[in-house]
Design a binder for this molecule. Structure first.
Ligand code: SF4
Length: 361
């Protein structure tokens, strides 16, 4: 029996320029390369997509860096599977989204936009190799809102080189003034393969990072955002349905370069190298069968990231177990854990990592 997969992720592996901190699977936009990629993606979608998805997420990379024709081709490829969705998100960047692309997204039913802004400080934006100013971002958010997109998420970063608490505070104020209902905010991690990594940049010290996280949580709470996941904040009703599926450890299909899928006990990731993908769409970087202990731990780890916690009944049904009995000692021995409405909840998301250690198989 095949189970229905409800969530689809599509990765667009192109950007107009590469940000100095970024380690995603991507390359600088080249018109002919995008056309080749679209042809291969069409094959992969034809082979792999079988369901009508409840959530669809086109991420990247930068989907909005495609030309209008290429973006329309991509949306058309997905349209047979987007007839019954609850949420359809496309990631955009301020410098490449324009009125024609906004109209196209609307026409194909996209109902949620995620815009990478990262900071409202133009010097910080330059130091990250972002090719837009904060004024550009604000104008594009307004353009989206004027054209009927109200469900907008903004990405921000903290713990950046040169970013003081005051600069971060100003970014939070500026973003809240945009009146967007969802904010994702991640601390900088310096990966070896990035420009920051190669230049030997070091992250800010742990105390400053912790102070910044405290500021983010308290400021956004005051502004009416719920910190529903470690790094995600939303006005009530605007939580990301697609990302909640990941955190609830549901199955999902990912297509294109570098995209991961989890289907039952199998998790696999397509090759991150565009040329290998163009040679053969079946090339994989990882293809694993997870055993029951791995599945259980990952399920707990993902579910505890949100304030909704782990659905104990669903866990019991999936793994034919009695969760409370199996993890009795850990649950009773940790004051940060509580059971509410048959869900296990971590009471302080800032301390989640220490809680998870107890569940390691
Ligand atoms: S952060 Fe976004 S825009 Fe910048 S290089 Fe990475 S994927 Fe591209």
């Amino acid at each position: 029996m095949t189970t229905r997969i409800k969530h689809l992720y599509v990765h667009v592996p192109f950007c107009n320029a590469i940000c100095f901190y970024c380690d995603f699977a991507h390359q600088v936009y080249k018109n002919d390369l995008v056309d080749k990629w679209l042809n291969k993606l069409s094959q992969e979608i034809h082979n792999e997509c079988k369901d009508l998805y409840e959530t669809i997420y086109i991420g990247g990379g930068t989907p909005s860096c495609l030309s209008c024709d290429q973006l329309e081709k991509l949306l058309k490829l997905i349209s047979p599977f987007s007839k019954n969705f609850l949420e359809y998100t496309v990631e955009v960047n301020p410098e490449s989204i324009d009125i024609d692309k906004i109209k196209l997204l609307k026409q194909y039913g996209v109902n949620r936009i995620s815009m990478g802004i990262q900071s409202s400080d133009d010097n910080i934006l330059k130091s990250l190799n972002r090719h837009h100013s904060f004024a550009d971002a604000r104008n594009k958010i307004r353009l989206l809102q004027d054209n009927g997109f109200n469900n907008i998420s903004v990405d921000l970063m903290y713990s950046l080189p040169g970013q003081s608490i005051e600069i971060l505070q100003k970014s939070l104020e500026d973003i809240c003034d945009l009146n967007v209902p969802h904010i994702s905010i991640y601390s900088l991690t310096i990966e070896e393969n990035t420009v920051f990594g190669k230049k030997g940049y070091k992250p800010l010290d742990e105390d400053t990072e912790a102070d910044m996280y405290d500021l983010i949580r308290s400021y956004l709470k005051e502004k009416g955002y719920i910190n529903y996941e470690v790094s995600n904040f939303a006005k009530r009703g605007y939580e990301s349905k697609h990302n909640l599926a990941y955190w609830n450890y549901e199955d999902f299909l990912g297509v294109s370069v570098g995209a991961s899928s989890k289907i039952g006990n199998r998790r696999y990731t397509n090759t991150r190298i565009l040329n290998k993908y163009l040679e053969n769409i079946s090339n994989k970087d990882e293809d694993l069968i997870l055993d029951k202990d791995d599945l259980k731990f990952e399920h707990i780890m993902m579910s505890l990231r949100t304030i909704y916690g782990l659905d104990i009944q669903r866990f019991n049904d999936l793994y034919k177990t009695d969760f409370i009995n199996e993890f009795k000692d850990i649950i009773e021995g940790n004051k940060l854990l509580e059971i509410k409405d048959n869900h296990l909840i971590c009471k302080d998301l800032a301390l989640l990592n220490s809680v998870l250690l107890g569940f390691l198989p």
